[in-house]
Design a protein around this ligand. Sequence first.
Ligand SMILES: C[S@@+](CC[C@H](N)C(=O)[O-])C[C@H]1O[C@@H](n2cnc3c(N)ncnc32)[C@H](O)[C@@H]1O
Length: 406
Amino acid sequence: MAGEELDPTVPSCLRLVSAFLAMEPPHVLISLARDCGGGSITERVQSFVWDQCLSKSDGKSHAPYLKSFLKKLIVEVESQGFEVLAELYERLAFYMTSLKDDDSAKGNSRVLKCISFLFPDDCYELPSCPKSRKLVVQLQCSLNMLEGDTGCSVWPSSLFLSEFILSFPDIFSNKSCFEVGSGVGLVGICLAHVKASKVMLSDGDLSSLENLKRNLELNQLSTRADLSERSTEDLDLVQCIHLPWESAVGSELQDFRPDIILGADVIYDPLCLPHLVRVLNFLLDRGKLRSHLKSETCNGIEPDNIHIEGEAHSADSGRGSDTQAKAMPDEDANFEYACHASKEGPVAFIASVIRNVDTFNCFLALADEANLNVVDVTEKFMPFSLLPYLHSYARLSIRLFTLTRL
Ligand SMILES: C[S@@+](CC[C@H](N)C(=O)[O-])C[C@H]1O[C@@H](n2cnc3c(N)ncnc32)[C@H](O)[C@@H]1O
């Protein structure tokens, strides 16, 4: 068996390369490398890491990250009593001499992360599933989570919302979609992938918006501030909008008229919440759309009484148990629900990590005052797990809510 190369399409190998490209912490890479070697980082695994990760990353990846990974990898291999590949020593020596220790601490460094959505076997019939069963999104991000008013990093709820969009593409295809607080643009890129009829991305921070436009270009999507001249060939066109919630006015918002509004990790700053709720309320209040959509049905099914109050989630579920959002009824109506809501008027999908229960309850109270119905649909809309290699992504900490006008 010695000398036989590892197959990069084998799931364990695919996960290791995907985690490397997404810049998962080095200890995660080590654990995935062990999986590839059946528990050990053998010479075969080291060759694979060299060929598929390190040698391909020349000049493209963040050198301090590579240095830190190499250090950990070599320590691990030595501690297991295996011989370390000469290339790995040489590359580490190069980084040791060319990089200073504080290089990795440069907060605002931009790095290129690739988020690979890996579709499992049972997803092949999904319209969102590429032939290769892998969708790779390139994102320029900051290493400083706070840069650009937090909008230059990928936050966990956007990973969840992206998995959701790719798992339920029919909800979004041919729909006009508007995202608030778009950050690096991952959700928007997934919306374009599932063929939303219109993708409108917005952020209040100008540096984040610039970074977002760069990411759209990196993923072969074109951008324009004004869509009035959009032609039918411009299918990959995404609109980028500077939209601080505090100063957003009705005359500005009324033209967007989305079918679906999205937001990921936007509920965290109590000072912004009244403005966010006002913006959501305006975008959700679209009487004009109702007559246009009234005639549509979803697969002929028109579920009634879908907004039934449910019990709060149990405390041991660890999923925002103290919040007062309603739980979805136990009905097999996931897809129909979304279509129904969209038929009655726009629907918003907001994914959130509830870091502070008081802040979240403040959001719920404001939504209630604005006559918005907030429903926790996390269990009902559980997406496929398309990012199994992202160990740093705490999927279970995220909740998905729908918002509609009462
Ligand atoms: C925690 S980040 C989430 C970014 C992205 N949705 C994600 O999940 O990766 C919050 C986003 O909301 C934007 N934001 C925060 N306050 C805002 C405000 N008052 N008006 C508009 N955008 C705001 C930030 O610029 C940032 O992009």
